[in-house]
Write a protein that binds this ligand. Sequence first.
Ligand code: THU
Length: 142
Amino acid sequence: MTLSPDEVTRLVAAARQAASKAYAPYSDFPVGAAVLADDGRVFTGANIENASYGLTQCAERTALSEAVMAGYGRHADRPLRAMAVWAARNDHGAVTPCGACRQVMAEFLSPRAEILLTDARSGEIGCRGMADLLPDAFGLAP
Ligand code: THU
């Protein structure tokens, strides 16, 4: 992991705080995500559900939308080097991004970006490389 312990703490805390903004009345599974840019800026998001369940937006995509709207991402040459994901409930163990989010993450995060997957109960923080979460990603050249 190239993130410093302080960066890990800061990013996970931001993801945790973002989860408090979740709109998750259908799943009761609030999730928060936080993205760290090369210049230290952090963008956050939470899951936003809908009565038409399939329209749900995951926390990861909400956070990336915030970053893109601020002018950050691979396409803008303002790299995003890490993301933390935090789920309030952990009946699934450590939270891990869905397939759709992995594709969107690959679009905007660096292939070398570090993804912190947290287990709210144990406090354990796993770290995965973006390219490990979505090998052979379709999209922009690395
Ligand atoms: N969810 C996320 O926001 N991110 C994840 O990494 C896993 C799943 C949301 C989608 C839905 O609102 C709820 O969690 C249950 O799947």
